[in-house]
Design a protein around this ligand. Structure first.
Ligand SMILES: [Zn+2]
Length: 62
């Protein structure tokens, strides 16, 4: 996988849902996990995390 280098100077432009990122549901009974296969277009995405099918906002997994 070829990920673009992250430039710290553009930190305020950080977006959620970049290609290759993994998001996990915080509900242990659900524990759904997703991988982003295609990120939002530069300048069009925002920093909102995706919401799981169970209703919880998913967290980026390390
Ligand atoms: Zn869930």
């Amino acid at each position: 996988m070829n990920l673009p280098a992250i430039d710290n100077r553009d930190k305020e432009l950080a977006m959620a849902l970049q290609e290759g990122e993994i998001y996990r549901c915080p509900d242990e009974d659900c524990a759904c996990e997703i991988t982003v296969t295609k990120g939002a277009a530069p300048g069009h995405g925002r920093d909102r995390h995706p919401t799981c099918c169970c209703g919880h906002v998913m967290e980026e997994a390390g």
